[in-house]
Design a protein around this ligand. Structure first.
Ligand SMILES: [Zn+2]
Length: 333
């Protein structure tokens, strides 16, 4: 089996030759950038550099997928957020002040897909499809409606509104659902095999579980309904309190951090859902050695993880041997 067949086999509920290993989030590191001679900030802004950096996951690390982009600002920027550069070492972030206040009426621009850096992201996906599309999976990332709304309003006002005025958030979620869906569809058209949706702000570490159920579940579901390829849903932190609902969004794969319990996810979401995860990106992958990484991966696999992955976005300073250790563990299963 090649990498793509291996991943597709798992998504179809069958047994692959070995366990696949790739990231639902960014897996690019400084050492990979050095090897492919493509650096930040170009990798965030220029399609060719972005594709070259993403290819390293497959060509250098031996992961089964390549994944773009490496930051979470694409939809927010196209909807009017100002962006601060992360320079040569970091990822771009959202600049203050946010474009909207809670009482404003948000607007979805008709030229959304040609705004900001979206055209470069689409170009990167096209290049990746051409380069490795028959051998490895092309994963393209979008951001969940609730998290984009947090960029439009700023996270603190959004979180306050979840208990003071939840209905005022809905017009924003309508616009951000349109944005995530439009980007997801365009990425599929450009060549993405899988859409990975990161929804950091929907984590139970930031909002009450019932807020997720009442405010975000239907919007996430609408995003996944609009996308014709399999989707991954990634929510950071311990998602045990909402994992049952995550399983109802229509996402084929749930990407879990090791803080979350894969056995509970299986029990709540049933046999069809595919579970992805494996090792904590901060406390283990970045800080510890390859042996510790391997042990963490084995523990996650024993709990029912089917696609081995970093639990969240990989810190760019992560040692390459720790990522290679993950692929080694996957090859034993
Ligand atoms: Zn995360």
């Amino acid at each position: 089996m090649n990498a793509k067949e291996r991943v597709m086999c798992v998504l179809q509920g069958q047994k692959p030759d070995r366990m696949p290993c790739f990231g639902a989030n960014s897996t690019v590191t400084y050492s990979q950038m050095e090897k492919v001679k493509a650096f930040w900030p170009q990798g965030h802004e220029e399609g060719e550099a972005m594709a070259r950096q993403a290819l390293a996951a497959y060509s250098i690390m031996g992961f089964d997928a390549v994944r773009v982009p490496f930051d979470q600002t694409f939809e927010a920027r196209a909807l009017g957020c100002k962006i601060k550069s992360g320079g040569t070492e970091g990822i771009p972030g959202i600049e203050h002040p946010p474009p909207y206040k809670l009482d404003d009426t948000p607007h979805f621009p008709s030229d959304f897909l040609s705004r900001g850096v979206i055209p470069e992201l689409l170009k990167a996906v096209g290049i990746l499809k051409k380069e490795v599309g028959n051998e490895a999976v092309v994963v393209a990332g979008i951001i969940g409606p609730f998290t984009i709304a947090g960029s439009l309003l700023d996270t603190v006002p959004l979180l306050k509104a979840t208990f003071k005025a939840p209905d005022k958030i809905r017009p924003f979620l309508e616009v951000t659902t349109k944005a995530a869906s439009a980007l997801g569809r365009a990425l599929v058209e450009a060549g993405a095999d899988i859409i990975s949706c990161e929804d950091m702000t929907a984590s139970p570490e930031l909002i009450a579980p019932k807020t997720y159920r009442d405010l975000e579940l239907e919007y996430q579901t609408r995003v996944f309904e609009s996308i014709s390829v399999p989707s991954i849903l990634h929510i950071c932190g311990n998602v045990d309190a909402i994992v049952e609902w995550m399983g109802k969004t229509g996402a084929k794969v749930l990407s879990l951090e090791p803080k979350a319990d894969p056995e509970l996810a299986r029990q709540k979401c049933g046999p069809e859902i595919v579970l992805m995860g494996g090792v904590d990106t901060a406390t283990t992958l970045f800080m510890k050695d390859a042996e510790t990484v391997k042990r963490a991966c084995e523990e996650s696999i024993a709990k029912g993880i089917q696609i081995l992955a970093p639990g969240c976005a990989v810190a760019p300073g992560t040692p390459p041997e720790n990522l290679l250790a993950m692929v080694e563990v996957a090859s034993r299963h």
